[in-house]
Design a binder for this molecule. Structure first.
Ligand code: APR
Ligand code: ZN
Ligand code: ZN
Length: 361
């Protein structure tokens, strides 16, 4: 039987979010209903509210979530009621060329739940990133659920559903950072800090944090940065070269998403080094580079899609490392809040005061 629960809705472009009663159907074939325990507040939720992602209002916001599977539909075998899971944006098909080549993050045929959640008047809701987890319960495709060790606090586990996984994965999956490498991370918000933590975990010898805000650089140190550069005060490319014996870093991770920082990343890498682009630019942004530099500098330019993560491999591993005290995921949780505080959390995010506000239910 369909259930009624509370959820946070973005009703229309730039309108404040509000709590509404939402209707969650029973899981159909291949679907699961998850009792949400925690869900982080991400920039993408704010972009949905601002109408920057799609016009399909109303949105059910929230997508960095962990919780317990309550019910599953026919044919679901990977998870069962009672499992503690982290949600990811899309279930992959397992059959397309990308999936078969072991790169499911490029799957051609991803999907979310087939049924729709609605308001009590029948208005269909669009769940943010196919999740919609600022709600007591949500309906997802079963393939969006990954079982992890239930000993972890839900507010910590949920972080791997988006920004923190994107940052850690940019370092360990896309950048392939290894022991002894030199790494520079441009932009030290939640994503950049996670890239720093991932580089530290991977054994990087030098981790250079670059930001325009000294408060962010102070936090970056606690995440494992060995050097900091304020790019308001100097040329970060020069600074990174100086700190790496004149060569540039083996891996440069861009976590801002602007033309000038893309350019800095391009020039701050060692000749054979790797640039990892994880900051998401807007449609209008353009980058102009001398072709001779593109040709002559060698190395690799890679963009990182959701940290190129494999949820079934990466989520349980990172949670285990956290539980062993080897990766402090808890450091990303600035505050825990209630469902009715999401609007306030957006304001704090806008002022750059928090790494993550996490709604606990
Ligand atoms: N040079 C260096 N750092 C900068 C610059 C700049 N020109 N402009 C902004 N920054 C810093 C900010 O001070 C902040 O610390 O970049 C950081 C951005 O952090 P957040 O706004 O918290 O964003 P975050 O959640 O970390 O995401 C960063 O990654 O996945 C993408 O969509 C996401 O594009 C976004 C990026
Ligand atoms: Zn596929
Ligand atoms: Zn997100």
């Amino acid at each position: 039987m369909a259930q009624e629960v509370r959820g946070v809705i973005a009703p229309g472009k730039d309108e404040p979010v509000r709590i509404e009663t939402i209707v969650v159907p029973d899981p159909g074939p291949g679907e699961a209903v998850v009792r949400v325990q925690a869900c982080g507040v991400c920039h993408t939720d704010l972009h949905y509210k601002q109408g920057g992602i799609s016009d399909d209002f109303p949105f059910l916001l929230g997508h960095e979530a962990a919780g317990v599977v309550e019910a599953v539909g026919d044919g679901v075998t990977d998870v069962e009621p009672g499992d503690f899971v982290i949600l990811n944006w899309r279930a992959v098909c397992g059959k397309c060329r990308a999936c078969l080549r072991g790169r499911p993050w490029y799957c051609f045929d991803t999907h979310n739940a087939g049924q729709k959640m609605t308001l009590t008047d029948g208005t269909v809701l669009s769940p943010a990133l196919g999740i919609g987890a600022f709600a007591e319960k949500t309906l997802v495709a079963a393939g969006q659920c990954t079982k992890v060790n239930p000993a972890v606090a839900p507010q910590v586990a949920g972080l791997l559903g988006c920004g923190v996984m994107a940052g850690i994965g940019a370092a360990i999956n896309t950048g392939n950072v290894g022991r002894g490498d030199t790494v520079a991370v441009i932009g030290c918000g939640g994503v950049g800090d996670a890239a720093i933590a991932g580089s530290h975990l991977a054994g990087a010898a030098k981790i250079i944090a670059v930001d325009i805000d000294d408060r962010k650089l102070a936090t970056a140190r606690t995440m494992g940065a060995t050097h900091t550069v304020n790019s308001r005060e100097c040329d970060p490319v020069e600074a990174i070269r100086e700190l790496t014996g004149g060569f540039g870093a083996d891996v440069v991770i861009e976590a801002v998403g602007r033309p000038e920082t893309y350019k800095q990343a391009f020039y701050a890498r060692d000749l054979a080094g790797t640039v990892v682009l994880v900051g998401v630019p807007t449609r209008e942004m353009k980058l102009e580079l001398p072709l001779l530099d593109v040709f002559g500098r060698g190395g690799a330019l890679k963009s990182s899609w959701y940290g190129d993560c494999l949820p079934s491999r990466d989520f349980p591993m990172l949670i285990d490392l956290h539980l062993q005290g080897r990766l402090d995921l808890g450091a990303f949780v600035t505050e825990t809040i209630q469902l009715d505080e999401v609007e306030k959390a957006f304001e704090r995010m806008h002022h750059g005061d928090v790494l993550r506000s996490v709604v606990v239910l």
